[in-house]
Design a protein around this ligand. Structure first.
Ligand code: IPD
Ligand code: CA
Ligand code: CA
Length: 282
């Protein structure tokens, strides 16, 4: 029990809700769906689809029914915050650009925080039927089996992933310099297009590391818990412990962490005051 809540029941609830949301997304993936630009400017590359909204409706409605007192922060709607110590962080479809091109890499991510500490997180890939789940102090699992980060200890044998912010064409802090510094040092850099899945893949050892700037708490929270519960390390761009509101996240198997932070090269220019503009608890 945490704060009067049974974590086992929360994990069962999350599994039911996230698999229903994933099934809904798949029905759009196989059929037709509308796509809207979030920013009215014609050049905006940040989009939302009917699938994002349908998935969000399923998840938010289920939380409202089961945990009516809890706060809800979900990507595609205004935050519902009443000052509860409990907060759900939801990305109803992570990898929307992939989804809109029918590129088969996307997932649903949801997590529950108690007083700003993530206590349970789930990432679900409906195409592969992969359910990644972690609870604080209880380890990380893929479809019910324990997962662990990789044991890769050499940068040149590491495969890492990253992503690029939606404002990359107009803002100079767009991760291109970091990408150029890391690329020559590692075996490969992947840009999968779903930060939550990237983090889940670090947790299960398919990737050795991941970093990204300007993510939102709903992108990172579940995946960060997965990585730490799978024995990995999560930090800000300077290598310090951080939370789901960080401006720069670095996650790894732990062994290569300091070398990855150094290669990314944000230490020194990192401003610890820089935070995401996502809604913060405190
Ligand atoms: C995006 C994905 C992508 C990352 C972007 C995120 P969305 O989330 O996680 O991999 O590079 O920064 O915003 O918009 O598909 O939910
Ligand atoms: Ca996202
Ligand atoms: Ca999303």
């Amino acid at each position: 029990m945490t704060g009067g809540i049974d974590i086992d029941q929360v994990l069962v609830f999350m599994t039911e809700v996230i698999t229903s949301a994933g099934a809904e997304i798949l029905s759009y993936h196989r059929g037709e769906f509308g796509v809207e630009r979030k920013n009215v400017k014609e050049s905006s590359i940040d989009i939302v689809t009917d699938a994002d909204r349908a998935s969000e409706d399923i998840i938010v409605e289920a939380i409202r029914q089961r945990f009516p007192e809890h706060d809800i922060v979900s990507e595609e709607r205004p935050p519902e915050i009443s000052g509860s110590p409990w907060r759900w962080l939801i990305d109803p479809l992570d990898g929307t650009v992939n989804f809109s091109h029918r590129y088969p890499v996307f997932c649903v991510s949801m997590s529950l925080a108690h007083e700003n500490c993530i206590i349970a997180g789930t990432v679900y890939d409906p195409l592969r039927g992969e359910l990644f789940q972690a609870a604080s102090g209880r380890g990380a699992y893929l479809n019910g089996l324990p997962i662990h980060v990789s044991t890769t200890d050499r940068m040149e044998r590491s495969m890492v992933a990253t992503g690029f912010p939606y404002d990359r064409a107009t803002h100079p802090d767009n991760n291109l310099a970091e990408f150029c510094r890391v690329m020559p040092r590692v075996q490969g850099v992947r840009r999968g297009g779903s930060a939550a899945l990237d983090l889940a893949y670090v947790a299960c050892g398919r990737l050795d590391g991941f970093w990204e700037l300007k993510l939102k708490p709903w992108d990172m929270a579940a995946g960060m818990l997965l990585v730490s519960e799978a024995g990995g390390r999560v930090s800000d761009g300077a290598g310090n412990p951080t939370d789901a509101y960080t401006y720069c996240v670095v996650a790894s198997n732990g062994i290569i962490h300091d070398r990855l932070v150094e290669a990314i090269g944000r230490r020194g220019r990192f401003d610890p005051g820089e935070r995401t503009d996502g809604v913060r608890q405190d």
